[in-house]
Design a protein around this ligand. Structure first.
Ligand code: ACO
Length: 349
């Protein structure tokens, strides 16, 4: 059975840099508060009208496809991870297919937030192993800047996130021990509402009384996204930061150890850990817990903020471009996020 390998990788971040001090124009915050709690110094925001989640994905995918030595017409499946799609539906996968003039291939969108890219990679890995596809484009892309609460009320969430995209092309390899060695996916829906954007959605909490069974005609169109919701600013993400922190520092090390142990390795064998760039404090805690040296972990949240599904492919691409990943290296990707969901992928580069 073939294994899958990353044959090409690309990233794109918008030109516009927004520093912590820039955010002071909109909310009460400070460079010190943000950097001390999250490690973030700056992030990128996409152009308001000219750049979307899909256009950034196309930029990253173009580089990944070129580096894989193929053309967009060779791609036989697309998997797109994002929580900030261009449209509520259809998903961004088909928009990439159209923009890159690909054949009438399948396009799948994945909604697993911060774990989205690792989930997507795992799905792609299964398709390669079974021989169904030979060139899968896996993308993570986010345009967060379009939908954050930039007032003081939303500052605990809005200062964390940034925009960008990363992409890989997955291909089969028959070289023994090369490529994706294992992937592990997990979820625990008990805390689904702790890190979530509730609207637009079909949940029943739109109603203070149980009107669902007998709503009148005038209310029908308002159930999905009502004026009332917008008036009460219920269209922004919610996060219980301390609760996320507590769970993340347990599940990150667990899922990394699960990956290493499944292939008979220990933390000492790891050349590079690329954790989802949630928060530098979380990454540092994980590094300490696993007793990893500084050169065994790559973080770039300082420059880009948290780009959710894009954070791992951006960090992976940047680390590779900087020569921090060489052929034969053991690389672990690990993610934790809303759901909660968490996941890992162990790769022999
Ligand atoms: N600037 C200034 N003050 C702020 C800001 C801000 N941007 N945000 C919150 N505060 C204030 C609060 O209003 C509060 O003030 P008060 O004490 O007067 O009420 C005080 O700072 C502490 O607020 P907390 O929300 O308790 O802040 P905390 O110290 O927990 O830090 C943070 C928030 C950084 C989010 C932290 O909880 C954390 O690191 N959580 C982990 C979650 C995370 O990193 N999520 C990333 C996205 S999810 C993911 O990728 C998995």
């Amino acid at each position: 059975m073939p294994q899958s390998k990353i044959a090409g990788i690309g990233m794109y971040v918008p030109e516009h840099i927004v520093t912590n001090n820039d955010l002071k124009k909109y909310m009460e915050t400070s460079d010190e508060w943000i950097e001390e709690r999250t490690g973030i110094k700056e992030r990128r925001y996409a152009h308001r009208t000219n750049e979307t989640t899909t256009t950034m994905a196309v930029e990253a995918a173009t580089i990944a496809i070129e580096r894989a030595g193929i053309t967009p017409q060779d791609i036989d499946f697309i998997i797109f991870a994002t929580l900030s799609p261009d449209y509520y539906f259809p998903g961004c996968g088909v928009l990439v297919q159209r923009a890159m003039k690909m054949k009438e291939i399948g396009a799948l969108d994945i909604r697993n937030q911060c774990s989205g890219f690792v989930y997507a990679l795992s799905v792609a890995d299964q398709f390669i192993k079974t021989g169904m596809y030979k060139n899968i484009l896996v993308v993570g892309s986010e345009k967060h800047s379009f939908g954050l609460d930039f007032t003081t009320r939303g500052r605990n969430v809005s200062v964390i996130f940034g925009d960008g995209a990363g992409a890989v092309v997955l291909q089969p390899t028959t070289q023994e021990g090369q490529g994706i060695l294992n992937t592990h996916l997990h979820s625990d829906g008990e805390s689904a509402e702790i890190l979530a954007m509730y609207n637009p959605g079909t949940h029943a909490n739109h109603w203070t009384t149980n009107k669902v069974a007998d709503f009148d005609e005038a209310e029908i169109g308002q159930m999905f996204m009502s004026k009332d919701m917008i008036d009460h600013d219920q269209n922004f993400p919610f996060m219980d930061g301390p609760a996320v922190f507590k769970k993340a520092i347990v599940k990150f090390p667990e899922v990394i150890m699960e990956a290493l142990q499944a292939s008979g390795f220990t933390h000492a064998d790891l050349n590079l850990l690329i954790p989802h760039q949630a928060n530098l404090r979380i990454a540092q805690f994980v590094q300490q817990k696993l007793q990893l040296r500084n050169d065994q972990v790559y973080n770039n949240i300082q420059q880009y903020g948290n780009t959710t599904a894009a954070s791992i492919p951006i960090a992976l691409c940047e680390a590779w471009q900087m020569g921090k990943i060489k052929e034969g290296d053991l690389v672990c990707l690990a993610a934790f996020g809303s759901g909660f969901t968490w996941a890992s992928a162990l790769i022999r580069w």
